[in-house]
Design a binder for this molecule. Structure first.
Ligand code: CAA
Length: 383
């Protein structure tokens, strides 16, 4: 893949790697342990243009392609998976749909400062009783004059406690199921908006996740994104892009775990020789390396298709499914190769192991990815 990268893409990759290894990797364990949101790192990432990589320059972004985005995000993810999801959500789940579906005024107000990293965005689809079945939204939005009044609770919102604005999905017409869903840009200082319970998680503990509560929250009709009744399409289109981001986060975690485990296997001796000389370890190394490479190829294909404006729901789902299952596989094997050391906090692999699991869950579980892949594969066959 490296052979076909442009000089500009390689430069961004190197810049992201240097930044991630110097600024993120040394602090990742402590931030994880203490559940500290990496505010300083996010500020620095903004200065480097990493918070709006694919957002056009005139809207405050770096105006680069999605291959560049995944190259940079892999580096951030390999150093700190918590920081990576903050970046991924702001880029893919917040800026990207407003660039695609927003009015000129929405882009000016709700993209520019976010892509430039002065503000942080979030995406609010899930609810306490609605995860995989995203069309079953319980949050409502009722028109009152030139405003919509939103009521409901959104759950597991990445960046929740720190975000300045949220893309919130709500029912404007319950009878119509998914065709009655609309998207709204909700600012944190909106009347009736509050941040709910902060979650204490198994992994990505430095990223902040919370519920948000909409209690007669009043939003101007100008904040409707993509049109009334178009919200489900906005949500699904957005997740196609978001899944490329989470696949990349998984790839970065897997690569980092592989690097630690492979080096360890060359240094650690047992029965008079380095453990990498044993077939039992070599087979693990081979399977880990193979799956990591295959994940990267799937991710780059999906990113390339997105750049070409080609439909890529299936390819994004394949990338996310494969990369996230690779991340849990590789991190488990890494812990096994390090043995007792892998289980303790002296090495980072126990963190990678914990961080990997969420990539099989958020932005669509592995089961949902299989559903999306099957649906699209069957459609292609019958074309
Ligand atoms: N792009 C645009 N439109 C799409 C689409 C896509 N990728 N996929 C489906 N649609 C459209 C369809 O064309 C259809 O439109 P019409 O009725 O006009 O034909 C409509 O949406 C309904 O499609 P389906 O019948 O396929 O919808 P469904 O109800 O069966 O649901 C699903 C499909 C794949 C299961 C979907 O509900 C889904 O992706 N669920 C998982 C949700 C998810 O990933 N949640 C994670 C939330 S984000 C998060 O994790 C938090 C965070 O902060 C990181």
């Amino acid at each position: 893949m490296e052979m076909i990268l442009t000089d500009e893409q390689k430069m961004l990759q190197q810049m992201a790697k240097d930044f991630a290894q110097k600024e993120l990797a040394p602090k990742a364990a402590e931030l994880d342990e203490k559940e500290i949101f990496p505010s300083e790192a996010v500020k620095k990432m903004a200065e480097l243009g990493l918070m709006g990589i694919t957002t056009p320059v005139e809207l405050g972004g770096a105006g680069m392609d999605h291959i560049s985005y995944v190259l940079a995000l892999e580096e951030i993810s390999a150093a700190c998976a918590s920081t990576a999801v903050i970046m991924s959500v702001n880029n893919s789940l917040y800026c990207s749909p407003i660039v695609k579906f927003g009015t000129a005024a929405q882009k000016e107000k709700h993209v520019k400062p976010f892509a430039a990293g002065q503000k942080l965005g979030a995406y609010a689809l899930s609810e306490p009783g609605t995860g995989s079945d995203a069309a079953n939204q319980q949050t409502t939005a009722v028109k009152k004059g030139n405003k919509y009044v939103l009521n409901g609770t959104k759950n597991f919102i990445t960046n929740g406690p720190h975000a300045d604005a949220f893309i919130v999905f709500a029912m404007t017409d319950k009878e119509k199921r998914h065709k009655g869903i609309s998207a709204f840009i909700v600012e944190k200082d909106c009347k009736g908006f509050s941040v709910g319970k902060k979650e204490h998680k198994l992994g990505i503990r430095a990223s902040s996740t919370s519920s948000i509560i909409l209690d007669n929250c009043e939003v101007s009709e100008e904040n409707c994104l993509g049109g009334i009744g178009e919200g489900f399409k906005v949500a699904m289109w957005t997740l196609d892009g978001g899944r490329i981001g989470i696949a990349t986060q998984a790839l970065g975690i897997a690569r980092a775990a592989f690097e630690v485990a492979a080096k360890y296997s060359m240094e650690r001796e047992a029965f008079g020789k380095p453990i990498c000389d044993f077939e039992g370890v070599q087979w693990k190394i081979a399977d880990m390396a193979l799956r990591i490479d295959a994940s990267r190829l799937l991710i780059h294909r999906a990113a390339w298709m997105k750049d070409k404006n080609m439909p890529h729901s299936k390819e994004a789902a394949m990338a996310k499914l494969f990369a996230s299952e690779t991340a849990t596989f590789v991190t488990k094997e890494a812990v096994q190769i390090l043995g007792g050391y892998g289980y303790c906090k002296d090495y980072p692999v126990e963190r990678y192991f914990r961080d990997a699991k969420i990539t099989e869950i958020y932005e669509g579980t592995s089961e949902i990815q299989r559903l999306v892949i099957a649906k699209n594969a069957l459609k292609e066959i019958t074309k």
